[in-house]
Structures are given as C-alpha cells and as structure tokens.
Ligand binder design. Structure first.
Ligand code: ZN
Ligand code: ZN
Length: 364
C-alpha cells in the first residue's frame, strides 16, 4: 500500500463525508495498492474505511497473486471460498458504514449485489474523491511520465523510416507499434495513422488506405511503461507537398497549441487553457473545425482528471499533468492535431514531449 497516497485519499474521503471506499480491479486499485488484479467474475474488492484499516477481499485462488503483489506487504487479505458469499464478507467488513463510495468502473452486477448486501448504505461514486487526488502527480510520478514521454518522442523521431507513399496506414501502424514496444513500453495502447481525409476523424485508427504523395497524416500514439504510466503524443506529418489550405491552418494550430501550453501555471483554470487555444483558432475562422476539448489528464490511465474543457473551473496546481492537443478537421479533406503532455510546475509549465511541432515534411 502506498502510504502517502492512502492518506491523501482518506483525507479527501473525509472531506466528502464518505465512510468507506470500495475498489474492484482497475486503475484505482492498481494506483493505490500496486495490485494489478485480474478483472475476473469472482469478486476482488479493496475495502478502505475512512477511519480504520483497509482490507483486501480476494477469491481464495487469487490469494497467492495478491500476496506476491506490492499489496501483499502490510495489507490485510481476507479470502473467500468458491461457495462463500463474497458480498456478505464485504458487508461484514464495512460494518455500519452509512455512505460508501464505489469505484466508477465497478460492474453493475457488483453494485447491485452490494446494494442488496448492505441495504442501509448510501452508494456514491469514488471518482469525485479519488480523481482529484490522482490528478496531482508526485515528483516520482512526473518522472515516470517524463520517461514515458521520452519513449514516445523517440518513436515520432523515427517516423520517416515508415511513413511514405505507397504504404497502407495499417503497414505503417504495425511498424510504429513495434517501435513503441522497442522504446520501452509494456503495452501499445493506441496507434492512429490517419492519412488524407482520414485525418479529419480525430479517433480514426488504422485502415487499408494507401498513403499518397501530398497527404497530411495525423499520427497519435501511446503506450504504458512497465511502471504503469502512459504516453500520448500526436504529430501531424506531410508526405510530400501538402495542400495550401492545410499549410494555412497548420500554422494557426501550431500557434494555438503553443498559446495553450504557455497559459499553464498554478492558479489558472483548466477552462482558460482550453480558451487560449480555442480563441486563437476561432479568431482565424477555424473554430467550427476544432471539435473536441483541448486536453485530458494522464497518469496510470491515458484519460483521467483534470479535463481541459470549457466549464472546468478547477484551478491548476503544481503536479497536474495533462495533454494539450488542439486539432482542426476538414471533413472529406484532411486534418491536423498537435499534442504534448505537460505538467503544471511551481512557476509555470514543463512540456514533457519535446519533438518539433513544426510541420515535418517527409519525402513524397
Ligand atoms: Zn493522443
Ligand atoms: Zn490525448
């Protein structure tokens, strides 16, 4: 159990008037205990009372795995047999808790079984308690994100080896995925190679479209490193000479991305970072083509708090780590996005991704 994380979560739970938090396998459990539990049909559940010792309820056959994980050191593990009722066990550990916060990604079947097992307890979401705590990264976590960013930067720096006319997006994507692993990631989480008109779909992944000379190509890639932290970076390339209109809006996009990064410092709101990019893009007439928020927090998940979006009036604090990724998309034609992971520091901002944001024109 990470003692410091546990204390921060407890204090947030106290403030929220929550008596206990229940976490099933997923990012929250992994982040809090170091136990990357399998999401099985058998119940594994951390019971974390706001005051009192945490208990990890596991199926008996998972006990060795739980004990071998970092959670095994110092965390009280309770196991249940195949014919036991694990929800009754959780209920007995919970005692008289009146307000219980459940992992946002807990299966509905569990939520309902817990409701039946602990009928007197009010169920609320744990996300509003844990999310803001996870959003503020420690120095070690920033280091881990920095290493992840360096790794993905090294893949972008090699794009010219793979991206050229005559190859399909899928062929390019396969090479990029290998390189993401070779660069030190455990898993490849996503590979977007969006050429020509596919670039206008922000979450296009890979297709059999053949890259042609003159195509702008949006490449958005990320993975998870062995220590559990995620990378996520987008660069837009031109293969050969791109259309004039693309060059015009790419220049605006680049300035908007830089303006949003420059706006980051403690005390400014997340929505004002979004506005810094959006206002500039709107001023130049492309506002309608910027169809998503400016960014998302990142850590042990690619998307987590804080979200850089209008309406998020949360002031940034040192340790907030998130993407700054405005985009401009022209349906049927092409698109562009530039994405860096940045961290709010004591006196400003550090951009973790460092590859050039100038348009990289590859031979076409
Ligand atoms: Zn991305
Ligand atoms: Zn992103």
């Amino acid at each position: 159990m990470h003692a410091e994380r546990l204390e921060r979560v407890r204090s947030a739970a106290r403030e929220a008037g929550v008596d206990a938090i229940l976490l099933t396998p997923g990012a929250n459990l992994r982040w809090l205990t170091g136990y990357a539990a399998l999401p099985l049909e058998r119940l594994t559940c951390l019971v974390l009372p706001t005051d009192g010792e945490p208990r990890l309820v596991v199926p008996r056959l998972e006990r060795p795995a739980a004990e071998a994980s970092p959670a095994g050191a110092g965390l009280d593990i309770l196991d249940w047999d195949e014919t036991d009722d694990p929800f009754a066990l959780v209920a007995s550990v919970l005692g008289g808790a009146a307000r219980v916060a459940l992992d946002d990604h807990m299966w509905a079947s569990r939520v309902m079984a817990l409701r039946d097992a602990v009928p007197g307890a009010e169920q609320v979401l744990a996300g509003p308690v844990i999310g803001p705590v996870r959003a503020v990264k420690s120095a070690d976590e920033v280091d881990a994100l920095r290493r992840a960013a360096r790794a993905i930067d090294s893949v972008h720096a090699r794009m010219g080896e793979w991206l050229r006319p005559g190859r399909t997006e899928r062929e390019v994507g396969r090479d990029v995925a290998d390189a993401i692993r070779d660069a030190g990631h455990d898993t490849v989480d996503f590979v977007i190679v969006a050429s020509g008109p596919n670039g206008a779909s922000p979450h296009h992944d890979l297709s059999d479209r053949v890259v042609r000379s003159g195509d702008p190509v949006v490449v958005d890639i990320g993975g998870t490193t062995p220590d559990g932290y995620c990378s996520d970076s987008t660069r837009t390339y031109a293969v050969g000479t791109p259309p004039q209109e693309f060059l015009a809006y790419y220049e605006v996009l680049q300035r908007a991305q830089a303006a949003a990064v420059a706006a980051v410092r403690p005390g400014v709101t997340a929505e004002s970072v979004d506005a810094a990019a959006r206002d500039l893009i709107t001023e130049h007439g492309w506002g309608e083509r910027f169809v998503h928020r400016t960014g998302h927090g990142i850590g042990v998940e690619t998307h987590e708090d804080p979200y850089v979006v209008a309406g998020n009036t949360e002031p940034l604090v040192p340790g907030h780590a998130f993407s700054v990724e405005p985009g401009i998309y022209l349906p049927g034609q092409h698109g562009a996005r530039i994405e860096d992971i940045v961290v709010c520091t004591a006196d400003g901002v550090e951009s973790l991704n460092r590859t050039t944001r100038d348009l990289v024109v590859l031979p076409g």
